[in-house]
Ligand binder design. Sequence first.
Ligand code: CP
Length: 319
Amino acid sequence: MALKRKSKEFKWHNKHLLGLRELSAEEITYILDTAKGFEQISTRSVKKAPPLRGKVVVNLFFEDSTRTRISFSLAANRLSADIIEFTKKDSSVSKGETLLDTAKNLEAMGIDIVVIRHSAGGAPRFLSRNINACVVNAGDGFNEHPTQGLLDVYTIRKIRGTLEGLKIAIVGDVAHSRVARSDMWAMTKLGAEVIFVGPPTLMPAEVGRLPVKVSYNLDEVIEKVDVVNMLRIQFERLGGNPFPSIREYSHYFGLTVERMNKAKSDILVMHPGPINRGLEIESEVADGKNSVILEQVTNGLAVRMAVLFLVNQAAAESR
Ligand code: CP
């Protein structure tokens, strides 16, 4: 309750969203509360509101995406912004143009908000220091994926009311997961206990310095947790052989129907997508009664509307 009162008094002042590590519980709660207000726009017959009318949002995606890119496009659309789609393969990046030159050229055309996904951790922060437009991180390397972290805690809060006191397992390829890092910051700041679960070879080197518990045994953890968030094995980022075979990985760390039988009956099953069905999660579980995977996607829209709205408002107030 105290947090809710503070959130109402709180004023957002940042024209960028670069990560959740640097945000306070009040700031995260403020974004979630703002998103709640935007949820009903998507249920109207005319799914539009005017706050970003006349503004230009660029989706600057240097890596593939389905959910995040379309969700940001739709969010910008619902807020009446003009949205420009940029993908690496159709751009002059393929001719050697740098990230900064690309962004400065877009800025010269009058863009207001850059939503960037990049394989290099820190690329959004670099842009935010070198251009005037608002910068929103849509996933940078292994570093952060703040809107995924926000939509994950939004989904849990919507169903459970609070994250305070919940036990949450984040399972799988934690080492290569920006989602795991953003989730960890958001979930722990909102009062949950986070347990990273996976083989030692897929744990981040700095795990001992993070505010999490670590387990290498999913069977022990699954019985105790309120939420399990299954991560995708990021084959495109794996170096070497972190596990002997896919079959062995699934045997020890896959979320199977058999493992779900040991879990609490109301456990929430999450996955950021895209899913490797049959590898980190069995289809019956991904589509089962405890799964909130598609609710995560739906909630992402309201969260991204809130983020675009807030950074634009902060930019307007700083002029
Ligand atoms: N969760 C997520 O970031 O999905 P996409 O890669 O499809 O955007």
